[in-house]
Design a protein around this ligand. Structure first.
Ligand code: NAD
Length: 394
């Protein structure tokens, strides 16, 4: 059987691995951690909803067959010319490679952003953000510095908006817990574009804005961040804002290893793939998820989303089995299931299969999509293990 190596245990890598395991195909999955975490939900534990361990699952609990090898290692270099990858645990040759290495923050060269802003992109950074806010708020009584109670979020895409929704509910709880002046707490979102959530229609954007403003979030659109100093952002208008918590959710690009390896890439560093999610440069390499530059049927590059990564992973697993059986590969078609954004615990906005939804039904649909995902990973066993995610805070 062919030697298949999968890089990355995000949504794309996990989908490939689960489908290959179910078909009885051995593979090696290389990942930095021994667990898979739920990237699109990181705003929830960052904002104090549930515990962090409810947002990850050990890889061995999902991939239980001995023929599914799991290697905890960090990929350091891709050498597609030699069909091998270099990791901190040594070199690995392969017959077929699936690159599912996810994304990295896009800083757009904004001076000081990388050095002075927190990000929300992994379980570790979500925990860091949570602990930073709690510690900063708790220390306000020491010097009564109001910048300690100001939280700035750069970017009003899904990540920034969902984080605002979560923090809007958690910060008042912190105020009560640490006896802080509620009127001094400020949660401000800074967005360069004229509106928040550009992927939703105008009515849903307005609804999201109404909900967040009613929870006390200040949404400042048309406001570009041009520089970040320690505990301060500079805006294009010349205004400066002091804050002890600055979070950057201004966009993502592909893992830099891809460009370094010599793949043909788009401006976001994603490797160009054909209709089979196969690299146009190396035919034994498949690239999926946020790492892939896949042009959809509308001629536009597919945006980096968890659902696209998962669907690509399933298709690539099928195509690897087709190769193994001497059958033709099948093209990938993205089935857009829609977009749902939570605006705190109880409400959300979005559209699912073309049907608009808002309020509690949107939040419930989002909960449903989590359950569906857990079911796909490990059936009832996984659902009952992670059931805490479906509890509401009392
Ligand atoms: P994004 O690129 O979607 O949004 C970033 C926002 O930051 C943009 O609105 C941009 O205008 C703004 N911005 C950029 N530079 C700025 C500056 N200098 N000052 C102020 N604002 C600036 O990024 P994201 O929200 O991290 O999302 C990345 C991808 O992940 C998207 O494709 C998204 O759909 C996906 N995602 C999906 C979910 C979900 O399905 N629930 C959740 C999170 C992310």
């Amino acid at each position: 059987m062919a030697n298949i190596v999968i890089l990355g245990a995000g949504y794309g890598g996990m989908a490939t691995a689960v489908a290959l395991e179910r078909s009885g195909q051995p593979f090696t999955l290389i990942n930095k951690h021994e667990y898979h975490y739920f990237t699109t939900l990181l705003h929830e534990p960052a904002g104090g909803r549930n515990t962090f361990d409810e947002y990850s699952v050990p890889l061995r609990e999902v991939l239980r067959r001995p023929s599914s090898e799991i290697l905890k290692a960090t990929v350091q270099e891709l050498r597609p010319q030699d069909s091998k990858v270099i990791t901190n645990q040594g070199e690995l040759p392969y017959d077929y490679l699936v690159i599912a290495l996810g994304n990295a923050p896009e800083y757009f060269g904004i001076p000081g952003m990388q050095e002075n802003a927190l990000v929300l992109r992994s379980l570790d950074t979500a925990r860091q953000l949570h602990e930073h806010i709690e510690k900063t708020f708790a220390s306000w009584h020491e010097d009564q510095d109001d910048a300690k109670l100001r939280v700035l979020i750069g970017g009003a895409g899904l990540t920034g908006i969902e984080l605002c929704g979560e923090l809007a509910e958690w910060l008042p709880e912190l105020a009560a817990q640490y006896n802080l002046p509620l009127d001094k707490i400020q949660l401000i979102n800074l967005e360069a574009a004229p509106s928040i959530l550009p992927m939703l229609d105008e009515g849903l954007r307005e609804e999201a804005q109404r909900v967040l403003e009613s929870k006390g979030v200040q949404l400042r659109t048309g406001t570009a961040i041009v520089k970040v100093n320690p505990n301060q952002v500079e805006l294009k208008s010349g205004e400066t804002l002091d804050a002890k918590t600055i979070v950057w959710t201004g966009g993502v690009r592909a893992n830099p290893l891809i460009k370094e390896a010599g793949f043909e890439v788009d401006p976001k560093g994603r490797a160009k793939v054909n209709e089979f999610c196969q690299s146009v440069n190396f035919e034994n390499v498949f690239v999926i998820g946020d790492s892939a530059w896949f042009t959809g049927e509308d001629g536009k590059p597919l945006p980096p989303t968890g659902q696209a990564a998962e669907q690509m992973g399933n298709r690539v697993a099928e195509n690897l089995q087709a190769i193994e059986s001497g059958l033709p590969m099948q093209p990938f078609h993205f089935n857009n299931l829609g977009t749902l954004a939570s605006l705190g615990h109880e409400v959300g906005v979005g559209s699912v299969k073309g049907v608009r939804t808002k309020g509690v039904p949107a939040a419930l649909m989002k909960e449903g999509s989590k359950a569906k995902y857990l079911w796909h990973l490990g059936g009832l066993r996984m659902l009952s293990q992670k059931r805490g995610q479906f509890k509401r805070k009392g």
